[in-house]
Design a protein around this ligand. Sequence first.
Ligand code: SAH
Ligand code: SF4
Length: 386
Amino acid sequence: MTALPQLELLGLTNQELTSLVESFGEPRFRARQLFDALYRQRLTALDDISTLPKSLRARLTEAGYRTGFPAVDQRFVSLDGTVRYLVRFSDDQSVETVWMPDGDGVEDTEELLPGAAVPGTVNPADLRPSANAYNPPRRRGTICLSSQSGCAVNCKFCMTALLGLQRNLTAGEIVGQVLLVFNDHGIEIGRDRINLVFMGQGEPFLNYPNFIRAVQLLVEGTGIPESRMTVSTSGIVPRIADLGEPVRPHLAISLNASNNADRERVMPINRKWPLETILEAARQFPLRSRERLTFEYVLLSGVNDAPRNAYEVAELLRGIRAKVNLIALNPGPDIPFQTPSADAVEAFQQRLVAAGIPAYLRRPRGLDIYAACGQLKRTTALISLG
Ligand code: SAH
Ligand code: SF4
Protein backbone atom coordinates (compact mmCIF):
# COMPACT_ATOMS: atom_id res chain seq x y z
CA MET A 1 0.00 0.00 0.00
CA THR A 2 1.35 3.45 -0.88
CA ALA A 3 1.42 6.13 1.80
CA LEU A 4 -1.26 8.78 1.63
CA PRO A 5 -0.07 12.19 0.49
CA GLN A 6 0.05 14.67 3.39
CA LEU A 7 -1.89 17.59 2.06
CA GLU A 8 -1.80 20.65 4.27
CA LEU A 9 -4.72 23.05 4.31
CA LEU A 10 -2.88 25.95 5.98
CA GLY A 11 -1.55 28.13 3.21
CA LEU A 12 -4.58 27.70 0.94
CA THR A 13 -6.63 30.77 0.03
CA ASN A 14 -10.39 30.98 0.30
CA GLN A 15 -10.58 30.49 -3.45
CA GLU A 16 -8.41 27.37 -3.36
CA LEU A 17 -10.45 25.97 -0.48
CA THR A 18 -13.56 26.61 -2.56
CA SER A 19 -12.19 24.48 -5.41
CA LEU A 20 -11.29 21.84 -2.88
CA VAL A 21 -14.69 21.57 -1.22
CA GLU A 22 -16.38 21.64 -4.62
CA SER A 23 -14.20 18.75 -5.74
CA PHE A 24 -15.70 16.87 -2.78
CA GLY A 25 -19.19 17.73 -4.03
CA GLU A 26 -19.83 20.20 -1.20
CA PRO A 27 -21.34 23.71 -1.44
CA ARG A 28 -19.06 26.73 -1.60
CA PHE A 29 -19.96 28.05 1.86
CA ARG A 30 -18.06 25.13 3.36
CA ALA A 31 -14.87 26.77 2.09
CA ARG A 32 -15.56 29.91 4.13
CA GLN A 33 -16.18 27.75 7.21
CA LEU A 34 -12.91 25.97 6.63
CA PHE A 35 -11.07 29.25 6.05
CA ASP A 36 -12.43 30.70 9.30
CA ALA A 37 -11.68 27.53 11.23
CA LEU A 38 -8.06 27.60 10.10
CA TYR A 39 -7.13 31.27 10.27
CA ARG A 40 -9.58 32.80 12.75
CA GLN A 41 -10.45 30.00 15.14
CA ARG A 42 -7.00 28.47 14.67
CA LEU A 43 -8.23 24.91 15.08
CA THR A 44 -5.26 22.61 14.79
CA ALA A 45 -7.06 19.35 13.97
CA LEU A 46 -9.56 18.70 11.18
CA ASP A 47 -11.64 16.76 13.61
CA ASP A 48 -12.20 19.85 15.76
CA ILE A 49 -13.82 21.81 12.92
CA SER A 50 -17.35 21.20 14.09
CA THR A 51 -18.87 23.63 11.57
CA LEU A 52 -18.10 21.05 8.88
CA PRO A 53 -20.18 17.87 8.64
CA LYS A 54 -18.48 14.88 10.20
CA SER A 55 -18.61 13.05 6.88
CA LEU A 56 -16.68 15.80 5.09
CA ARG A 57 -14.05 15.86 7.83
CA ALA A 58 -13.70 12.11 7.50
CA ARG A 59 -13.43 12.22 3.72
CA LEU A 60 -10.81 14.99 3.82
CA THR A 61 -8.79 13.02 6.35
CA GLU A 62 -9.08 9.89 4.28
CA ALA A 63 -7.83 11.74 1.22
CA GLY A 64 -4.72 12.73 3.20
CA TYR A 65 -5.66 16.30 4.14
CA ARG A 66 -4.69 17.80 7.49
CA THR A 67 -4.60 21.32 8.84
CA GLY A 68 -0.80 21.51 8.64
CA PHE A 69 -0.29 23.40 11.90
CA PRO A 70 3.39 23.30 12.85
CA ALA A 71 4.38 21.73 16.16
CA VAL A 72 6.19 23.44 19.03
CA ASP A 73 9.24 21.33 19.79
CA GLN A 74 10.59 23.54 22.53
CA ARG A 75 9.78 26.82 24.19
CA PHE A 76 12.40 29.00 25.85
CA VAL A 77 11.31 31.85 28.12
CA SER A 78 13.56 34.84 28.73
CA LEU A 79 13.78 36.84 31.93
CA ASP A 80 12.39 39.76 29.92
CA GLY A 81 9.28 37.80 28.94
CA THR A 82 10.38 37.03 25.39
CA VAL A 83 9.55 33.49 24.26
CA ARG A 84 11.55 31.64 21.60
CA TYR A 85 9.73 28.74 19.99
CA LEU A 86 11.50 25.95 18.19
CA VAL A 87 8.89 25.16 15.57
CA ARG A 88 8.85 21.87 13.66
CA PHE A 89 7.20 21.13 10.33
CA SER A 90 5.91 17.89 8.88
CA ASP A 91 9.28 16.96 7.32
CA ASP A 92 11.02 17.56 10.69
CA GLN A 93 12.69 20.70 9.39
CA SER A 94 12.56 23.43 12.03
CA VAL A 95 12.79 27.19 12.49
CA GLU A 96 12.44 29.67 15.32
CA THR A 97 9.66 32.12 16.05
CA VAL A 98 9.91 34.77 18.75
CA TRP A 99 7.17 36.37 20.83
CA MET A 100 8.08 39.72 22.39
CA PRO A 101 5.44 40.97 24.82
CA ASP A 102 4.91 44.74 24.49
CA GLY A 103 6.82 44.67 21.20
CA ASP A 104 10.32 46.03 21.09
CA GLY A 105 9.19 49.60 20.71
CA VAL A 106 10.90 50.04 17.39
CA GLU A 107 8.79 47.95 15.06
CA ASP A 108 5.75 49.69 16.44
CA THR A 109 4.71 51.60 13.38
CA GLU A 110 2.77 54.13 15.38
CA GLU A 111 5.72 55.11 17.47
CA LEU A 112 6.28 58.39 15.64
CA LEU A 113 2.69 59.43 15.31
CA PRO A 114 1.43 62.09 17.69
CA GLY A 115 -0.51 60.64 20.59
CA ALA A 116 0.96 57.17 20.19
CA ALA A 117 1.50 55.28 23.42
CA VAL A 118 5.08 55.22 24.63
CA PRO A 119 6.31 51.62 24.63
CA GLY A 120 6.36 50.16 28.10
CA THR A 121 3.70 52.49 29.46
CA VAL A 122 0.21 51.49 30.43
CA ASN A 123 -2.53 52.11 27.92
CA PRO A 124 -5.35 53.89 29.80
CA ALA A 125 -7.83 51.60 28.04
CA ASP A 126 -6.22 48.68 29.88
CA LEU A 127 -7.21 50.19 33.20
CA ARG A 128 -10.88 50.43 32.35
CA PRO A 129 -12.98 49.00 35.19
CA SER A 130 -14.56 46.42 32.90
CA ALA A 131 -11.20 44.66 32.35
CA ASN A 132 -11.75 41.33 34.13
CA ALA A 133 -11.54 37.62 33.44
CA TYR A 134 -14.32 37.89 30.88
CA ASN A 135 -13.01 41.07 29.37
CA PRO A 136 -9.24 40.86 29.77
CA PRO A 137 -7.00 43.88 29.18
CA ARG A 138 -5.67 44.55 25.73
CA ARG A 139 -2.29 43.03 25.03
CA ARG A 140 0.54 44.22 22.88
CA GLY A 141 3.19 42.11 21.36
CA THR A 142 5.47 41.56 18.40
CA ILE A 143 6.00 38.24 16.68
CA CYS A 144 9.25 37.70 14.80
CA LEU A 145 8.72 35.23 11.95
CA SER A 146 11.07 33.05 9.96
CA SER A 147 10.66 32.91 6.20
CA GLN A 148 13.25 30.23 5.46
CA SER A 149 14.90 27.51 7.49
CA GLY A 150 18.47 28.79 7.81
CA CYS A 151 19.75 31.39 5.36
CA ALA A 152 22.02 31.48 2.31
CA VAL A 153 23.03 35.13 2.53
CA ASN A 154 25.98 34.52 4.83
CA CYS A 155 26.28 37.79 6.72
CA LYS A 156 29.37 37.51 8.88
CA PHE A 157 27.75 38.79 12.09
CA CYS A 158 24.66 36.57 11.97
CA MET A 159 24.29 33.19 13.63
CA THR A 160 21.51 32.07 11.28
CA ALA A 161 24.10 32.18 8.49
CA LEU A 162 25.95 29.36 10.22
CA LEU A 163 23.02 27.02 9.50
CA GLY A 164 23.26 27.58 5.75
CA LEU A 165 20.02 27.44 3.79
CA GLN A 166 17.95 24.39 4.70
CA ARG A 167 14.87 25.23 2.66
CA ASN A 168 12.19 27.80 1.87
CA LEU A 169 9.11 27.80 4.08
CA THR A 170 5.69 27.47 2.48
CA ALA A 171 3.13 30.23 3.02
CA GLY A 172 1.28 27.87 5.37
CA GLU A 173 4.43 27.36 7.43
CA ILE A 174 4.93 31.12 7.73
CA VAL A 175 1.28 31.75 8.70
CA GLY A 176 1.35 28.73 11.03
CA GLN A 177 4.03 30.40 13.16
CA VAL A 178 1.66 33.32 13.84
CA LEU A 179 -1.27 31.04 14.62
CA LEU A 180 0.61 28.90 17.09
CA VAL A 181 1.87 31.94 19.00
CA PHE A 182 -1.67 33.34 19.03
CA ASN A 183 -2.95 30.05 20.42
CA ASP A 184 -0.22 29.94 23.05
CA HIS A 185 -1.08 33.45 24.31
CA GLY A 186 -4.82 33.52 23.67
CA ILE A 187 -4.46 36.48 21.31
CA GLU A 188 -7.56 38.07 19.87
CA ILE A 189 -7.22 40.38 16.92
CA GLY A 190 -9.58 43.28 17.45
CA ARG A 191 -8.76 43.39 21.15
CA ASP A 192 -4.98 42.89 21.18
CA ARG A 193 -2.44 44.94 19.28
CA ILE A 194 0.01 42.70 17.51
CA ASN A 195 2.88 43.58 15.20
CA LEU A 196 4.56 41.09 12.91
CA VAL A 197 8.16 41.39 11.81
CA PHE A 198 9.66 39.17 9.13
CA MET A 199 13.06 39.22 10.81
CA GLY A 200 13.61 35.66 11.97
CA GLN A 201 15.56 33.00 10.13
CA GLY A 202 16.00 33.55 6.44
CA GLU A 203 15.85 36.24 3.78
CA PRO A 204 12.16 36.86 3.00
CA PHE A 205 12.94 38.30 -0.43
CA LEU A 206 14.67 35.08 -1.49
CA ASN A 207 11.37 33.30 -0.81
CA TYR A 208 9.27 36.10 -2.23
CA PRO A 209 6.15 34.34 -3.59
CA ASN A 210 5.58 32.39 -0.38
CA PHE A 211 6.30 35.43 1.77
CA ILE A 212 3.79 37.60 -0.16
CA ARG A 213 1.20 34.85 -0.10
CA ALA A 214 1.64 34.58 3.67
CA VAL A 215 1.14 38.34 4.05
CA GLN A 216 -2.09 38.16 2.05
CA LEU A 217 -3.37 35.20 4.04
CA LEU A 218 -2.54 36.92 7.31
CA VAL A 219 -4.40 40.06 6.26
CA GLU A 220 -7.42 38.23 4.92
CA GLY A 221 -7.49 35.27 7.26
CA THR A 222 -6.42 36.60 10.65
CA GLY A 223 -7.36 40.26 10.17
CA ILE A 224 -3.93 41.66 11.03
CA PRO A 225 -3.53 44.74 8.84
CA GLU A 226 -0.37 44.93 6.77
CA SER A 227 0.31 48.30 8.42
CA ARG A 228 1.28 46.25 11.47
CA MET A 229 3.84 44.21 9.54
CA THR A 230 7.47 44.97 8.70
CA VAL A 231 9.68 42.95 6.41
CA SER A 232 13.45 43.22 6.65
CA THR A 233 15.74 42.48 3.73
CA SER A 234 19.49 42.26 3.37
CA GLY A 235 19.06 44.16 0.09
CA ILE A 236 17.66 41.89 -2.63
CA VAL A 237 17.23 44.87 -4.94
CA PRO A 238 14.78 43.59 -7.58
CA ARG A 239 12.38 42.52 -4.84
CA ILE A 240 12.43 45.97 -3.23
CA ALA A 241 10.78 47.26 -6.40
CA ASP A 242 8.36 44.29 -6.44
CA LEU A 243 7.24 45.10 -2.92
CA GLY A 244 5.89 48.49 -3.99
CA GLU A 245 2.39 47.06 -4.28
CA PRO A 246 -0.76 48.51 -2.76
CA VAL A 247 -1.09 45.83 -0.05
CA ARG A 248 2.30 45.51 1.54
CA PRO A 249 4.11 45.56 4.86
CA HIS A 250 6.54 48.30 5.87
CA LEU A 251 10.06 47.86 4.56
CA ALA A 252 13.30 47.70 6.52
CA ILE A 253 16.66 47.40 4.79
CA SER A 254 19.72 46.01 6.57
CA LEU A 255 22.37 48.62 5.80
CA ASN A 256 24.98 47.58 8.35
CA ALA A 257 27.86 49.49 6.75
CA SER A 258 28.43 52.98 5.44
CA ASN A 259 30.41 52.21 2.27
CA ASN A 260 30.77 49.37 -0.22
CA ALA A 261 34.20 48.21 0.93
CA ASP A 262 33.05 47.74 4.53
CA ARG A 263 29.70 46.27 3.53
CA GLU A 264 31.24 43.67 1.26
CA ARG A 265 33.36 42.45 4.13
CA VAL A 266 30.43 41.86 6.46
CA MET A 267 27.70 41.17 3.88
CA PRO A 268 29.14 39.38 0.82
CA ILE A 269 25.80 39.88 -0.97
CA ASN A 270 26.86 43.50 -1.41
CA ARG A 271 28.94 42.34 -4.40
CA LYS A 272 25.76 41.43 -6.20
CA TRP A 273 23.70 44.44 -5.11
CA PRO A 274 26.01 47.23 -3.95
CA LEU A 275 24.90 50.19 -1.86
CA GLU A 276 24.13 52.51 -4.78
CA THR A 277 21.65 49.99 -6.23
CA ILE A 278 19.98 49.58 -2.84
CA LEU A 279 19.71 53.32 -2.28
CA GLU A 280 18.36 53.89 -5.77
CA ALA A 281 15.65 51.27 -5.12
CA ALA A 282 14.96 52.95 -1.76
CA ARG A 283 14.54 56.34 -3.46
CA GLN A 284 12.07 54.84 -5.93
CA PHE A 285 10.09 53.03 -3.24
CA PRO A 286 6.51 54.37 -3.11
CA LEU A 287 6.14 55.43 0.52
CA ARG A 288 2.71 56.20 1.91
CA SER A 289 2.04 59.51 3.59
CA ARG A 290 3.86 59.67 6.96
CA GLU A 291 5.58 56.37 6.25
CA ARG A 292 9.35 56.08 6.47
CA LEU A 293 11.78 53.48 5.28
CA THR A 294 13.73 51.83 8.05
CA PHE A 295 17.44 51.15 7.72
CA GLU A 296 18.88 48.71 10.22
CA TYR A 297 22.46 49.13 11.27
CA VAL A 298 24.18 46.46 13.38
CA LEU A 299 27.01 48.17 15.24
CA LEU A 300 30.25 46.18 15.26
CA SER A 301 32.97 47.55 17.50
CA GLY A 302 35.91 48.99 15.55
CA VAL A 303 34.37 47.94 12.22
CA ASN A 304 31.49 50.30 11.44
CA ASP A 305 31.00 52.43 14.55
CA ALA A 306 33.49 55.29 13.99
CA PRO A 307 32.34 58.92 13.68
CA ARG A 308 33.26 58.74 9.97
CA ASN A 309 30.77 55.88 9.51
CA ALA A 310 27.96 57.91 11.05
CA TYR A 311 28.66 60.81 8.68
CA GLU A 312 28.75 58.43 5.71
CA VAL A 313 25.41 56.91 6.72
CA ALA A 314 23.89 60.38 6.98
CA GLU A 315 25.21 61.22 3.50
CA LEU A 316 23.88 57.96 2.01
CA LEU A 317 20.39 58.54 3.38
CA ARG A 318 20.12 62.21 2.58
CA GLY A 319 16.92 62.91 0.65
CA ILE A 320 15.27 59.61 1.62
CA ARG A 321 12.39 59.68 4.10
CA ALA A 322 14.10 57.25 6.45
CA LYS A 323 14.91 56.36 9.99
CA VAL A 324 17.76 54.25 11.29
CA ASN A 325 17.38 51.45 13.82
CA LEU A 326 20.68 50.85 15.53
CA ILE A 327 21.29 47.36 16.90
CA ALA A 328 24.36 46.77 19.02
CA LEU A 329 25.76 43.40 17.95
CA ASN A 330 24.20 40.49 19.76
CA PRO A 331 27.23 38.32 20.32
CA GLY A 332 27.44 34.57 19.94
CA PRO A 333 29.84 31.70 19.50
CA ASP A 334 31.76 31.79 16.19
CA ILE A 335 30.85 35.41 15.50
CA PRO A 336 34.17 37.24 15.04
CA PHE A 337 32.98 40.70 16.16
CA GLN A 338 32.62 42.62 19.40
CA THR A 339 29.67 44.60 20.73
CA PRO A 340 30.48 48.31 21.07
CA SER A 341 30.17 49.92 24.52
CA ALA A 342 26.88 51.60 25.43
CA ASP A 343 28.70 54.95 25.19
CA ALA A 344 29.91 54.21 21.66
CA VAL A 345 26.41 53.21 20.60
CA GLU A 346 24.93 56.37 22.04
CA ALA A 347 27.61 58.54 20.44
CA PHE A 348 26.84 56.97 17.05
CA GLN A 349 23.14 57.63 17.53
CA GLN A 350 23.80 61.25 18.53
CA ARG A 351 25.91 61.82 15.41
CA LEU A 352 23.13 60.58 13.16
CA VAL A 353 20.53 62.67 14.95
CA ALA A 354 22.78 65.74 14.75
CA ALA A 355 23.10 65.12 11.01
CA GLY A 356 19.31 65.16 10.68
CA ILE A 357 18.67 61.40 10.53
CA PRO A 358 16.15 60.02 13.06
CA ALA A 359 17.96 57.19 14.81
CA TYR A 360 16.67 54.77 17.44
CA LEU A 361 18.29 52.09 19.54
CA ARG A 362 16.70 48.70 19.37
CA ARG A 363 16.84 47.15 22.79
CA PRO A 364 17.81 43.50 22.64
CA ARG A 365 15.05 41.08 23.59
CA GLY A 366 15.60 37.54 24.79
CA LEU A 367 19.41 37.70 24.76
CA ASP A 368 19.61 35.11 27.54
CA ILE A 369 17.74 32.51 25.46
CA TYR A 370 19.35 33.20 22.06
CA ALA A 371 16.22 34.90 20.77
CA ALA A 372 17.62 38.33 19.87
CA CYS A 373 18.34 39.59 16.34
CA GLY A 374 20.88 37.45 14.57
CA GLN A 375 20.90 34.79 17.29
CA LEU A 376 18.47 32.34 15.74
CA LYS A 377 20.36 29.16 15.11
CA ARG A 378 18.25 26.61 16.90
CA THR A 379 20.22 26.70 20.14
CA THR A 380 18.83 24.04 22.45
CA ALA A 381 21.58 23.77 25.06
CA LEU A 382 19.54 25.87 27.49
CA ILE A 383 17.16 25.07 30.28
CA SER A 384 13.81 24.53 28.61
CA LEU A 385 10.85 25.74 30.65
CA GLY A 386 8.54 23.28 28.98
N1 SAH B 1 17.39 38.34 6.57
C1 SAH B 1 16.77 39.58 6.85
C2 SAH B 1 15.91 39.56 8.07
C3 SAH B 1 16.39 38.75 9.25
S1 SAH B 1 17.77 39.39 10.11
C4 SAH B 1 17.81 40.68 6.97
O1 SAH B 1 18.99 40.37 7.06
O2 SAH B 1 17.43 41.84 6.94
C5 SAH B 1 17.04 40.72 11.06
C6 SAH B 1 18.04 41.80 11.47
O3 SAH B 1 19.00 41.27 12.40
C7 SAH B 1 18.84 42.35 10.29
O4 SAH B 1 18.81 43.75 10.26
C8 SAH B 1 20.27 41.89 10.59
O5 SAH B 1 21.21 42.79 10.08
C9 SAH B 1 20.27 41.83 12.11
N2 SAH B 1 21.29 40.97 12.69
C10 SAH B 1 21.84 39.86 12.16
N3 SAH B 1 22.77 39.34 13.00
C11 SAH B 1 22.81 40.15 14.09
C12 SAH B 1 23.55 40.14 15.31
N4 SAH B 1 24.43 39.17 15.59
N5 SAH B 1 23.32 41.12 16.21
C13 SAH B 1 22.40 42.08 15.96
N6 SAH B 1 21.66 42.14 14.83
C14 SAH B 1 21.86 41.18 13.90
FE1 SF4 C 1 20.38 35.88 6.46
FE2 SF4 C 1 19.50 38.20 7.51
FE3 SF4 C 1 21.23 36.62 8.87
FE4 SF4 C 1 22.06 37.95 6.71
S1 SF4 C 1 21.34 38.83 8.65
S2 SF4 C 1 22.49 35.78 7.17
S3 SF4 C 1 20.25 37.85 5.42
S4 SF4 C 1 19.13 36.10 8.31
